[in-house]
Design a binder for this molecule. Structure first.
Ligand SMILES: [Zn+2]
Length: 332
């Protein structure tokens, strides 16, 4: 598979020298969905975090509904027909119903009630595995109770710039009869295309991060968001089909990726694990993980008219640079 890219040249007159200045913009096309993305020269659009997140955490903690002493009383329980206990627990992770539903079955799962402050550098495999495990159990419970809800996804808005309304770190699950736009587009991709894309990335090596067992990890060729990473698991099409080993492997890879984000100075991210209906022939369960602007007063959002209204990525962090900074941590 040839990964398609086009070079554009912009020209302007420098206000200081009066001389013409040329800039190269690379437009890339995502081999799975056809989305295009603009790779811009590096211009500091994503500064490293210089905000005192811990102090902000202390400020927001006294009224946090996800902290110990309040979480049991203030968070909604799952309907009894979905889960008799109303909540799903694993390790320190706790899943409950989302007060602000986005679908017929929306859940929220905290890594731990005690972890109101959880910088990316402190995210461990165990915390991720337990949180993923309660989301997997939620997807299984909904599908058992309501077979028409076949489309599951596990997602994260981490820190306010990513869209999270609460500071306390958590994941979110959606299980629905209706796919999201991206789920629909990905489920429509012919299975061979996923294999061809991964083959191309393995061969070129420029963005290929490694294979952690059953999952392959790459940096996106045409990212919709900064420092975007993708992973693919062949033979599994829904989060509801994830077995404990694959949950552990997913947690391992996510911990590596989030550790790399922390080293690069990023503290906010989005994640989506895009499920298709269980048993979808040839569809590999796949995810996108991307960092978002850092929290600080008057910060610039990384999401502009291009991403929101043109559905076009525009990043000044070249995917190959991100892959080089992540290095060989997925190959050890
Ligand atoms: Zn809290």
């Amino acid at each position: 598979m040839e990964l398609r890219r086009e070079l554009l040249t912009a020209e302007f007159i420098d206000p200081g020298t009066g001389e013409p200045v040329r800039t190269i913009i690379e437009v890339r096309f995502d081999p799975l969905t056809g989305h295009s993305s603009r790779i811009l020269p590096e211009r500091g659009l994503m500064p490293a975090s210089d905000f005192d997140l811990e102090a902000f955490a202390l400020q927001s903690q006294p009224n946090c509904p996800f902290c110990p002493g309040r979480i049991e009383a203030l968070t909604p329980r799952l309907a009894a027909r979905i889960h008799p206990d109303g909540r799903i627990l694993r390790g320190e992770a706790m899943l409950f119903a989302n007060l602000h539903a986005y679908s017929s079955h929306s859940s929220v799962s905290v890594y731990s009630p005690r972890l109101h402050y959880l910088p990316l550098g402190a995210m461990t495999e165990d915390l991720l595995a337990d949180n993923l495990a309660v989301q997997v159990a939620f997807a299984q419970a909904v599908m058992a109770a309501e077979p028409e809800s076949r489309w599951a996804s596990i997602n994260a808005n981490h820190m306010l710039p990513s869209g999270s309304s609460l500071f306390h770190p958590h994941m979110q699950g959606i299980v629905d009869s209706q796919p999201t736009t991206a789920q629909r587009m990905l489920a429509d991709v012919p299975p061979q295309r996923f294999a061809d894309y991964l083959d191309s990335e393995r061969r070129s090596g420029d963005r290929y991060l490694g294979n952690t067992g059953r999952l392959e990890w790459i940096v996106s060729f045409a990212p919709i968001a900064p420092a975007e990473i993708r992973a693919f698991a062949a033979g599994v099409s829904s989060p509801a089909e994830l077995d404990p080993d694959l949950v552990a492997e997913l947690a391992h890879g996510l911990a590596l990726a989030l550790g790399a984000y922390a080293e690069m100075g990023f503290e906010s991210f989005n994640c989506a694990i895009y499920g298709a209906p269980p048993g979808t022939e040839g569809y590999p369960l796949n995810l996108r993980l991307a960092c978002r602007s850092n929290l600080r007063p008057c910060y610039r959002s990384d999401s502009t008219f291009l991403e929101r209204l043109h559905w076009e990525g525009a990043v000044d962090l070249a995917p190959e640079t991100i892959a080089a900074r992540i290095g060989d941590r997925f190959r050890r």
